[in-house]
Design a binder for this molecule. Structure first.
Ligand SMILES: N[C@@H](CCC(=O)N[C@@H](CS)C(=O)NCC(=O)O)C(=O)O
Length: 243
């Protein structure tokens, strides 16, 4: 099976696909794309512009939930329980509600420092590409804000509220067994931890942002570390995020 993941490096949805591929121990190739310039290539591959996209022997699967379900079908062991209604429900809540809201806060903070924004989103690209990315960023910033629903201070404050709700949710929900559904690791844990990694920045992980962080962004990441939900994210990463 020839599998390629077309990805952004620092995106929780892309992290979901990456994590699932690693969890299933499926050999694959990763192609790093830069948000913005990615659009033409991803549209050609999949008929839409959103990442992640996985191609399996040339067949595109787009969207993190569809990718997890497809990988669970292709490689049933170890299972992610993507067909379980409770798992799907939690995955959807993070994918469609908490994730996009938290992302607004993250992007608003990152856009306060164009140099750091470029380090995060153009990491791994050539020097020339990073320079061009940095140069056009002031012109593209409005588009990034609009495209992600950052329409004013309320939308950013709402991102903070979403983070707090989601951290409380995982702390409460994992209290009995350490997991969000039942007694073992599922797509619900993978999804929640990937989304919350935006704020928790699990150490030595594929979601750890370049160091040193921009000042206000670093202060924000530091501000939630003591929350029991953040401790849960770090524990899930330490226990289940190999690769
Ligand atoms: N519901 C989608 C959301 C994916 C998503 O929002 N991807 C963002 C990166 S975090 C993206 O690729 N944005 C660029 C675009 O849509 O053109 C999923 O679960 O994969």
């Amino acid at each position: 099976m020839d599998i390629t993941l077309w990805q952004f490096r620092y995106s929780p949805y892309n992290e979901k696909a990456r994590w699932a591929l690693d969890f299933k121990r499926l050999p694959h190739r990763r192609v790093d794309l830069m948000p913005g310039p990615h659009a033409g290539r991803v549209r050609k591959l999949s008929g839409q512009t959103s990442t992640p996209v996985v191609t399996i022997d040339g067949r595109p699967v787009a969207g993190s939930a569809a990718i997890l379900a497809e990988l669970d079908r292709l490689a049933p062991e170890p299972p992610l329980a993507t067909a379980d209604a409770e798992v799907r429900d939690i995955e959807r809540r993070f994918d469609d509600d908490w994730g996009p809201r938290i992302r607004r806060k993250v992007l608003a903070l990152l856009l306060e420092d164009y140099g750091y924004f470029t380090r995060v989103f153009a990491e791994g690209q050539s020097l020339a590409q990073r320079m061009i990315y940095r140069a056009v960023l002031p012109l593209a910033a409005g588009m990034v804000r609009r495209g992600n629903g950052i329409v004013g201070p309320e939308s950013i404050a709402d991102g903070q509220a979403a983070l707090e709700e989601a951290l409380d949710f995982v702390a409460e929900r994992s209290r009995a067994t350490g997991y969000l559904v039942g007694e073992g690791f599922t797509a619900a844990d993978l999804t929640a931890a990937s989304m919350l990694a935006m704020a928790v920045d699990p150490p030595d992980s594929t979601m750890a942002r370049p160091q040193p962080m921009a000042k206000s962004f670093g202060a924000w990441v530091a501000s939630s570390q003591a929350h029991p939900g953040a401790a849960w994210v770090r524990a899930i990463y330490a226990r289940h995020r190999a690769g």
